[in-house]
Design a protein around this ligand. Structure first.
Ligand code: KG4
Ligand code: ZN
Length: 335
């Protein structure tokens, strides 16, 4: 059996073919970074227009790479939400059209569940309970999983997502988009203690995150010290800022771990590509004796393999998938 995944929730147009043995035959991602870069952030209208232009090509590339003709696809899956509504509707409408024409079942997939499930692509035997930290450009959330596909939300950001905070600081300094990887590169070797950003203050009970305070402190520092992309102190400033974002994430994860006694920890989402975050996450797991799981970088940022992988898991659990032409996209998480 071959499963097709389609993902267009944000600014990546992606398609993937996997087998029912969880073998990834193709995982094609077309990034729109260059298109949005001059604006320092995603322009939703441009994102959906470019999905329209690329989606058929990306599907063809994905089938070619997999050496699977389209009539050998047995199940179609697509991201239903959350995300940019215009972008989601392109992928969803395209998938509905395909399912209707090919007379194949269609399984809609939640983007956040797919990110969490990305950790299971390469790891079949993750031990539960699991604490999963999802860190992306749109979301920063912490989940407790007592079993597979059963994520209970413990905390989420009250304002900016971690990736969003990195992107906004990069935009302000005009150093490139997306900001996360640019800051990672420019901060290499920088002094993380040069600037002292205090951690967000939350009540003892809360496992929520907040990044707007950190972001505002960073912006104030940039203005006060007239920092720009040519300043000699930029490297240390970025290293300190990235370090503070990582610290805020890891200290909350630590707090959750002391309450929920997990066997394993999962780190997923686009920001999980960040080396400093990966290192701190692994260190925490080692210190406390948890099993750490971080997907390979290509499964961290938005991709369609995680969509197809979650559809396979749902199919194994008896979800048939049906073609419902009134299936609609959702911009915000219903959970
Ligand atoms: O998961 P993702 O591709 O899209 C969303 O669902 O949001 O995540 C995109 C985010 C962006 O904010 C980007 O700056 C961040 O992931 N990101 C990184 C790195 N690579 C991507 N942040 C820090 N370090 C990286 N290496
Ligand atoms: Zn995502």
């Amino acid at each position: 059996m071959n499963i097709l995944g389609i993902e267009t929730s944000c600014d990546e147009t992606a398609a993937s073919v996997i087998t029912d043995q969880m073998k990834i035959l193709s995982n094609i991602v077309l990034s729109q970074d260059e298109i949005h870069s001059p604006y320092g952030g995603i322009v939703p209208e441009l994102a959906s227009r470019n999905h329209v232009l690329s989606i058929n090509y990306i599907l063809e590339k994905s089938l070619d790479k997999a050496h699977i003709p389209i009539h050998n696809i047995d199940l179609i899956s697509v991201t239903q939400g959350p995300g940019l509504i215009g972008s989601l509707l392109i992928g969803l409408s395209f998938a509905k059209g395909l399912a209707y024409t090919l007379e194949k079942p269609l399984i809609p997939i939640d983007h956040l569940e797919a990110h969490i499930h990305s950790a299971f692509i390469e790891n079949k035997n993750i031990q539960f309970p699991v604490l999963a930290l999802l860190v992306s450009g749109g979301h920063t959330s912490l989940y407790l999983m007592r079993k597979k596909m059963d994520a209970v939300l413990l905390g989420k950001t009250r304002d900016d997502a971690a990736g969003e905070a990195l992107d906004k600081i990069a935009k302000f300094l005009d150093i490139g988009y997306p900001g996360g990887p640019v800051i990672e590169k420019l901060s290499q070797g920088g002094n993380t203690q040069e600037f002292d950003f205090s951690l967000p203050k939350m009540s003892d009970q809360s496992l929520d995150f907040s990044f707007s305070g950190l972001k505002t402190a960073a912006l104030r520092h940039i203005k006060k010290n007239e920092l720009n992309k040519k300043s000699p102190g930029l490297k240390d400033f970025l290293a300190s800022f990235e370090h503070s974002v990582v610290n805020a994430l890891i200290s909350n994860l630590k707090k959750a771990a002391s309450r929920h006694f997990p066997e394993s920890l999962i780190l997923c989402g686009g920001v999980a590509r960040n080396k400093r975050l990966r290192d701190h996450f692994t260190k925490l797991a080692e210190e406390k004796g948890f099993h750490p799981y971080i997907p390979a970088p290509e499964f961290c940022t938005d991709n369609a393999a995680m969509v197809a992988a979650l559809a396979l898991e749902k199919h194994r659990r008896g979800e048939k998938g049906k073609l419902s032409l009134d299936l609609n996209a959702y911009a915000r998480s219903p959970h």
